[in-house]
Design a protein around this ligand. Structure first.
Ligand code: GDP
Length: 464
């Protein structure tokens, strides 16, 4: 990616495209004040002679003509989002007027900003770590409460603070190790070595714990591909609607009426479910329905979590017993849901025992009366540990690359730990610790390559 001269002054509309009450144009770089001098005319005292971070009202001018009035806030270098001298100029949010104001700003000497360039500068200037910068993008894109909480937590620096504390501990160990290596005559002694060992174990423990949060973080951030499956009339559409909270899937009592697949993103038990409603798993002569059944099987293949739904007021059919035995072999996450609890439990004991044997817990619900949905939600939460971790206050990772770096760091510290146990030369311990530290720093972007940084920021839109 083309990297701009860091000292160029950039501008872009930071509010969404389209009409709005106001639009905000961000300007960042050392010429921000000079650009504004040509475009923004406050009443009375010039903008630069007023205190920073003050909302100032004035005319917005293009080619010597007033095109709008607006409010401008100037942020001092080091005290802005980007870390540079920066301004936010609000104008009226009409599409045409916004475009003209941006043009005026560009004609006055600013360059158009690239995607994510404001956030990128913020990262380069040390205002945000890479995980915080990425979380800004996720916060903007968040479409559920849990995703928003996870992103807010990371923007606040929960993950970065945890990594920093582990980094500091390991850094201290390395200082002690290198002192011992460089000045062997000043023996670190067994006490020193014990302390080094203890800290290595502590950091290792911390890394493992953080790595283990991936399952939850991923389930929140990326979502879990989930299907509801069961025979026609088990209540799949009704459960789908109960989870989605609106009548999206058609519910009828004619078997096989859900012919296509629907998809929705829902926040259940603090986990993002990418929910698909499938046609019933039943052999069918109806061609339209057959397409549905084929798709349903494909969806189960693709799914990470299968909600296996049974009608508890009936015995299992032959197809259902076959399905249960198939699911027993399947490595996928699965939850057994018994529907129609309002009709009473008429399923024979033998069938229930089979379900218990294969699935462990059985969750009884009435999709029609919305009974037991909370129990199902806590079952899902337990599966993804989302109740034990607080998305907005715990350090949680969500990205496969973050996990890979943490796991490699942990492996290297395992090596360091074994080397210490075997009284191996301290040099070997030092090398492992140093490599572990470099891996840990990848998680937060301190040692990360330009490509990865480009990859993260290219996903942002212009103005962010
Ligand atoms: P699907 O074919 O598996 O999608 O099943 P539907 O959701 O279309 O439901 C089939 C029939 O069962 C409909 O008449 C629903 O009203 C009924 N049904 C669904 N859930 C329940 C429930 O919890 N209790 C009772 N009594 N009926 C239900």
């Amino acid at each position: 990616m083309f990297v701009k001269n860091l000292f160029s002054t950039i501008a872009a509309v930071s509010t969404p495209r389209g009409k709005g009450g106001i639009a905000v144009i961000r300007i960042s770089g050392e010429d921000t004040a000079a650009v504004l001098e040509k475009v923004f005319m406050p009443k009375g005292t010039p903008l630069t002679e007023r205190p920073y971070r003050t909302a100032v009202y004035g005319d917005i001018v293009k080619n010597g003509k007033v095109i709008d009035t607006g409010v401008c806030t100037l942020y001092a270098e080091g005290k802005s989002f980007t870390g540079e001298l920066m301004a936010e100029l609000s104008c009226h949010g009409g599409t045409y007027v916004t475009r003209e104001v941006l043009e005026a700003v560009l004609e006055a000497g600013a360059e158009p900003a690239g995607p994510g360039e404001f956030t990128r500068r913020s990262f380069i200037n040390g205002k945000l770590t890479l995980s915080e910068a990425e979380a800004v993008g996720r916060l903007i894109d968040a479409d559920t409460k849990s995703k928003r909480e996870l992103a807010t937590g990371a923007v606040k620096g929960n993950l970065s603070a945890k990594l920093k504390s582990l980094d500091e501990l390991l850094y201290d160990v390395m200082t002690a190790l290198y002192a011992a290596i460089d000045y062997p005559e000043e023996d670190v002694g067994t006490e020193g070595e014990d302390r080094i060992y203890e800290v290595v174990c502590e950091v290792l423990e911390g890394l493992k714990k953080l790595s283990a949060t991936y399952r939850t973080g991923k389930a929140v951030a990326d979502g879990v591909k989930t299907v509801i499956c069961g025979k026609p009339n088990a209540g799949k559409s009704s459960l789908y609607n109960a989870l989605v909270g609106e009548d999206r899937a058609i519910v009828t009592d004619i078997a096989g009426t859900t012919r296509d697949t629907l998809e929705d993103t829902v926040d259940i038990g603090g986990v993002t479910l990418l929910l698909t409603d499938t046609a019933g798993l039943r052999d069918s002569d109806d061609t339209v329905e057959q397409i549905g059944v084929k798709r349903a099987k494909a969806k189960i293949e693709e799914a990470e979590l299968v909600l296996c739904l049974f009608d508890m007021s009936e015995n299992l059919s032959i197809e259902e017993r076959a399905f249960v035995l198939e699911m027993e072999k399947s490595p996928k996450e699965k939850i057994c849901v018994l529907n129609k609890s309002d009709l009473g439990a008429s399923m024979k004991e033998e069938d229930k025992e089979l379900l218990e044997k294969v699935f462990g817990k059985l969750v009884e619900i009435s999709a029609k009366d919305l009974v037991g949905i909370e129990k199902l939600a806590s079952e899902i939460a337990e599966l993804y540990n989302s109740e034990k971790l607080a998305a907005d206050s715990d350090a949680i990772i969500w990205d496969a690359m973050q996990k890979a770096s943490l796991d490699r760091a942990a492996e290297l510290l395992e090596e360091a730990k074994s080397a210490l146990e075997l009284y191996a030369p301290l040099d070997a311990v030092g090398v492992s610790c140093e490599r572990a530290l470099a891996e840990m720093r990848m998680v937060d972007g301190r040692d990360v390559s330009e490509d990865i940084i480009d990859g993260i920021f290219s996903r942002f839109c212009v103005g962010k």
